[in-house]
Write a protein that binds this ligand. Structure first.
Ligand code: SAM
Length: 331
């Protein structure tokens, strides 16, 4: 019997098929323009993704990375709410649907799914790709501007992935407030840059003021201990590179690491991690250094050595972004 194909593999296959229809030089040219556009970071009053070539290039180039980032954030959230699964999902600024794939990869089964975006070509392509995923067969792809004044129907889970950076201050606040008003749970993902982190923290504050509890990555719903401007909280997801990636970026590595910042929050009870590993663990001879965000609003480093036995073995196997038990190895 063949092993079931994961949503991640199905998505990779669907994106590879897409590129067959786009001449490589044209795809590379469109990607260059999109990268320049996204670097500009100026909120526009018209969609950046204007036609099929734009969205095919976006999907092939960026969707594997945004999918992996959102999936990693959702898995961290799912760990804090064992037994919970969303009965419905709304994706704001969903574009070609990376977050809808990530939700289907995190929780089995079908659920009503709605994607709102103002770029019709992105929605059309999202719908086309989603035909390969049984969990998304009935998804609704609806053209809509998201921003100040947005109101949406109540739903279990709202995702906002790689969108806030494209919005004006007022629209960004409006989208987070709309997500908070509609969702039982809200997951927001941004690029893992100082600016992306700043937008995540702003959203985190709004969600807490709206009555949400933070589920991940933070171990608490109190203030973030990072001093603004000195550091930024972010994580990393490994992404297999597509042929378009290799063509545009050169190099021979078969993967790259997508850096992202996120917050997951819920109106219902959650059990956040005791502590979370906020840097890549440093493995030295006989010891592992872990940078942790702890339950007491503190950032601190702990050293786990061989004499800590099982904890040391756990430290050697753990990774950046994983939860860590509330144990003091010195004791
Ligand atoms: C960087 S893409 C991210 C797409 C998708 N969420 C993902 O994670 O791959 C940003 C998306 O936000 C949409 N967008 C930006 N501003 C918008 C607005 N004011 N109203 C609706 N959609 C918007 C764009 O059309 C685009 O699809």
């Amino acid at each position: 019997m063949n092993a079931p194909v994961s949503p991640a593999d199905t998505l990779r296959g669907a994106l590879a098929d897409l590129l067959d229809g786009l001449p490589p030089r044209q795809a590379a040219g469109v990607v260059d323009r999109l990268i320049a556009n996204y670097r500009g970071r100026t909120p526009t009053d018209a969609p950046v993704l204007r036609n099929r070539a734009d969205v095919v290039a976006y999907a092939a180039y960026r969707m594997p990375a945004t999918f992996e980032a959102v999936r990693t954030a959702l898995e961290a959230f799912a760990d804090t709410v064992p037994g919970w699964a969303p009965a419905g999902h709304l994706d704001l600024g969903g574009g070609t649907g990376a977050a809808t794939w990530a939700v289907s990869a995190t929780w089995d089964g079908e659920r009503p799914v709605t994607v709102l975006d103002w770029a019709e070509p992105a929605l059309a392509l999202g719908r086309e790709i989603a035909a390969a995923n049984p969990a998304l067969k009935t998804a609704e792809w609806r053209r809509s501007r998201v921003g100040a004044g947005l109101t949406v129907e109540s739903v279990d889970l709202v995702t906002v992935s790689y969108v806030l950076g494209e919005l004006t201050d007022a629209d960004r606040a409006g989208v987070v407030d709309a997500a908070a008003a509609a969702g039982e749970a809200v997951v927001i993902v941004e690029p893992g840059t100082p600016d992306g982190y700043a937008r995540v923290i702003e959203a985190r504050d709004r969600l807490i003021r709206a009555g949400f509890r933070i589920a991940a990555p933070c171990p608490h719903s109190a203030a973030c201990p990072i001093v603004p401007g000195e550091d930024w909280c972010h994580f990393s997801a490994r992404v297999s590179r597509s042929s378009l990636h290799r063509q545009v970026k050169g190099g021979s590595l078969p993967y790259e690491d997508e850096k992202f910042s996120y917050v997951a929050a819920a109106r219902f009870p959650v059990t956040p991690a005791a502590s979370r590993i906020v840097r890549r663990p440093q493995i030295r001879k006989g010891q592992v250094l872990l940078d942790l965000c702890g339950p007491d609003e503190s950032l601190h480093r702990t050293t786990v050595t061989k004499r800590h036995g099982a904890l040391y073995r756990a430290a050697r196997d753990t990774s950046w972004g994983a939860p860590w038990p509330d144990t003091d190895p010195a004791s």
